[in-house]
Design a protein around this ligand. Structure first.
Ligand code: F1P
Length: 307
């Protein structure tokens, strides 16, 4: 078993452990104007959280790739997400912010520069990873932040238990491309799913807000290609995708998920964060079926440290 496979399988427990840190000092207080930053996977989790926090009515929340932070704007708090604690753009931003506002760092490693530059560090060391490709640190961070917003992580972790075992909706020999879609907070999940496919398997994957998909990207849809939607699906989209010959995957539409729906008797779809687990597993399978090591992606290291 590769490291990433074990790390993916451990997510249900990690999410519960992360939720236990929901009252940690430094997490955004309701009403604060907050910016959340990160790079790569961590940026996509920032985007997901920002949308969820605004939706929860906790306050204006923006998400930025760390290098694109608008230093001219005023925020009550900046939250930086970084597994390694060493990513150059994040460190540069924390330094540039200086003492102008509280800086909360969510990291797996408290002994790296990011935590030292923070006013508060929330440490998810139990979710650190051996694999270069991030899975459980990212989702555990989002689990922590969702719990902090008041969500009960127990049923969500229950969905994750299902997702680590469920048959996969995509067969690597039968698919040449996947486009992931989301709405609101699940746009970040869609972007993360596509990044997993590119990083782990050098596989052609894209991601869009679901409502924007018909504004051009649908031209890519064709037989042997997949459109995979996280969360709510816009009316008519499944039919529009079907007309192209592409397969449409959604936790309500896919046969395997439908079976799950019957088993759960309520017919409710998986939580989108558990759906992301299925996409992580697909990315790993796309890698291993080509003989690639998903723990060591081409051209990528644990963190990007620029000299
Ligand atoms: C951010 C990141 C990862 C990516 C790769 C390189 O790392 O861009 O998203 O998968 O591992 O680093 P971090 O700041 O969260 O440590």
């Amino acid at each position: 078993m590769t490291h990433v496979q074990a790390e993916i399988a451990s997510q249900p427990n990690c999410w519960i452990e992360a939720a236990g840190l929901a009252d940690s000092p430094g997490l955004p207080i309701a009403g604060e104007r907050v910016a959340v930053v990160g790079c790569g996977t961590s940026w996509f989790m920032a985007k997901a959280y920002a949308a969820l926090r605004e939706q929860a009515g906790d306050g204006e929340t923006d998400a930025f790739q760390a290098s694109e932070f608008p230093l001219g704007r005023g925020y009550d708090r900046v939250v930086a997400i970084t597994r390694s604690g060493t990513t150059t753009e994040v460190i540069d931003l924390l330094r540039a912010l200086g003492g102008r506002c509280p800086r909360t760092v969510i990291t797996a490693d408290p002994n790296q520069p990011a935590a030292a530059l923070a006013t508060d560090a929330v440490v998810l060391d139990f979710a650190d990873e051996q694999s270069v490709v991030q899975t459980r640190f990212a989702t555990s961070t989002l689990a922590l932040l969702r719990a902090h917003l008041g969500e009960d992580l127990n049923p969500i972790a229950g969905d994750a238990e299902v997702a680590v075992r469920l048959p996969l909706p995509v067969h690597p020999a039968l698919v040449e491309q996947i486009t992931f879609l989301g709405r609101g907070w699940t746009i970040g999940l869609a972007e993360e799913a596509a990044l997993k496919c590119r990083e782990a398997a050098m596989f052609w994957a894209e991601a869009y807000p679901a409502m924007d998909y018909r504004h051009g990207p649908i031209s890519i849809a064709a037989p042997r290609r997949v459109v995979w939607a996280f969360g709510a699906v816009p009316a008519g989209l499944a039919d529009d995708v079907a007309a192209t010959g592409a397969a449409f995957v959604h936790s309500r539409h896919h046969g395997g998920y439908a079976a799950l729906g019957r088993w759960r008797s309520g017919g409710s779809p998986l939580d989108p964060m558990a759906d992301l687990i299925l996409a992580q597993r697909v990315a790993v399978l796309l890698a291993t079926s080509q003989g690639l090591d998903p723990d060591r992606p081409r051209n990528l290291t644990r963190s990007v440290v620029l000299t």
